[in-house]
Design a protein around this ligand. Structure first.
Ligand SMILES: Cc1cc2nc3c(=O)[nH]c(=O)nc-3n(C[C@H](O)[C@H](O)[C@H](O)COP(=O)(O)O)c2cc1C
Length: 435
């Protein structure tokens, strides 16, 4: 008798009409509704009907000239997730917030509030931010290592604030007039290199104690941070061997930090381009590429490559490794730089880099029919390269609908996706322990 497969975990990237920079131009993209709660509630409700662990909303703090070619992010993540908490019952609600351009007291309050409003479904993607410094004063972007050093303190402070109210702090004694037992509401008195915070938080303990901690970093500092703190890690790689190496590094890193490797779930980033047949899906991929403003995407690739001007290069040219800056000087996204450097080393053209950037922000693209994409997901999962997937549809209304309505049900039929939610909190969906 064959044993039943384990269940995969799934997050869906949402918050815009689709991730692909050109998909908003498709007739049924819904772009006119991108600022309306109804558009996003429909996506979240579909994700919940498919029994996904969570929806996820990214956060970027600058336009980078995007407005002439592709939609902005639109709504701020915690605000939108709070609205979605009233339109959904069970699905997790995860959003990004920067540890470089925020204070931990603010972030602790926002996610504690979201956790209370959603009765235990909140998750925080801890991002160190690779751009946007011009919107937060006149200082340059802090060095990569300094950003992670501050992030490390930031998460310690945030967790301490969430725990600053003991579980039995609330007395709610109308008779005596005692609202909370003050000896159970503790200051945190944190003083570190980057942060000084007294506490306690001005919100009682969140239902999950700590909203689920999420992170995506591929640099050495990023992986060290993930191994120490993250409960969910987004993996941004191309191909099973690279994904597997990353998976093993994160699990080993967690082990070295004295954590159970199963207490950190690695979700592989996948962008599915879906159609009735493989051939039609490939046609769809070409049609989507035809909607891009290639000059702008070239600019973005240059930005990710440490600030190169690629305007003079032909799109079908293979870039030479000698053109690239010294990796040690790259202060923005080191992981994305390494990925593109590897693709250039593998002989890929500038066209391929622009397509990866514009389709899936550096994540793996899977082009196929429903069964073909499901098979690819099973291959990653069975190879030990992922505990599940962070799914990033080019268009919510085209690929997203097929993904939730057809791919996930097929995986369920094959025993890889849950039939229903067992608990009510995101921690329970992910099988994580209580802090
Ligand atoms: C699925 C996914 C979602 C991400 N979301 C955000 C985000 O919302 N905001 C952000 O600034 N960075 C985001 N990132 C980028 C990472 O947080 C990180 O900056 C990037 O992987 C580079 O980190 P590194 O320099 O440690 O490699 C995301 C990355 C991935 C793979």
């Amino acid at each position: 008798m064959t044993s039943k497969p384990r269940h995969m975990h799934f997050f869906l990237v949402m918050g815009n009409v689709g991730q692909h920079h050109g998909a908003w131009r498709e007739p049924d993209s819904g772009i006119e509704l991108a600022d309306s709660i109804d558009f996003h509630a429909e996506v979240a409700q579909r994700a919940e009907a498919a029994k996904l662990d969570a929806v996820f909303i990214a956060d970027h703090l600058a336009m980078l000239g995007r407005e002439a070619h592709a939609p902005a992010q639109h709504l701020e993540p915690v605000t939108l997730l709070s609205a979605l908490s009233t339109r959904t019952e069970s699905i997790g609600l995860v959003g990004s917030a920067s540890t470089t351009f925020n204070e931990p007291f603010n972030v602790a309050r926002q996610f504690a509030s979201l956790d209370h409003l959603s009765r235990g479904r909140a998750g925080w993607n801890m991002v160190t931010s690779a751009f946007g410094e011009e919107n937060f004063g006149s200082e340059p972007l802090p060095a990569h290592a300094t950003r992670y050093e501050r992030a490390d303190e930031f998460v310690e402070v945030t967790k301490a604030l969430w725990r600053s109210w003991s579980a039995d702090a609330l007395a709610l004694d109308r008779e005596s007039g005692v609202y909370a037992r003050s000896e159970k509401v503790h200051p945190i008195d944190y003083a570190g290199k980057h942060l000084t915070v007294s506490g306690p938080l001005n919100i009682p303990r969140p239902p999950q104690v700590h909203p689920v901690l999420v992170q995506a970093g591929t640099s050495a500092d990023g992986m060290a941070f993930a191994s120490k703190h993250a409960e969910v890690v987004f993996s941004a790689h191309q191909g099973i061997p690279a994904a597997k190496r990353y998976y093993e590094k994160i699990k080993n890193g967690a082990r070295l930090c004295g954590r159970d490797p199963d207490s950190v779930k690695v979700l592989f980033g996948l962008s599915p381009i879906l159609a009735d047949t493989q051939k039609e899906a490939e046609e769809r991929q070409r049609a989507l590429a035809g909607l891009l403003n290639i000059d702008y995407v070239k600019q973005l690739v240059g930005f990710q490559l440490g600030g190169m001007d690629l305007s003079g290069y032909d799109i079908d040219e293979k870039l030479s490794l000698d053109l690239l800056p010294d990796p040690a000087t790259v202060n923005r996204r080191q992981g994305r730089f390494d990925l593109y450097r590897q693709l250039i080393e593998d002989g890929e053209t500038l066209r391929r880099l622009t397509e990866i950037e514009a389709t899936a922000a550096g994540l793996q693209v899977a082009v196929g029919d429903v069964a073909g994409v499901a098979d690819k997901m099973v291959a990653y999962f069975e190879a030990g390269a992922a505990d599940g997937f962070i799914l990033i549809p080019p268009s919510q209304r085209v690929d997203g609908r097929r993904l939730l309505g057809e791919v996930i049900p097929l995986l369920r039929e094959r025993g890889y996706a849950r039939e229903d939610y067992r608990g009510t909190t995101l921690r329970e969906h992910l099988g994580l322990t209580w802090p």
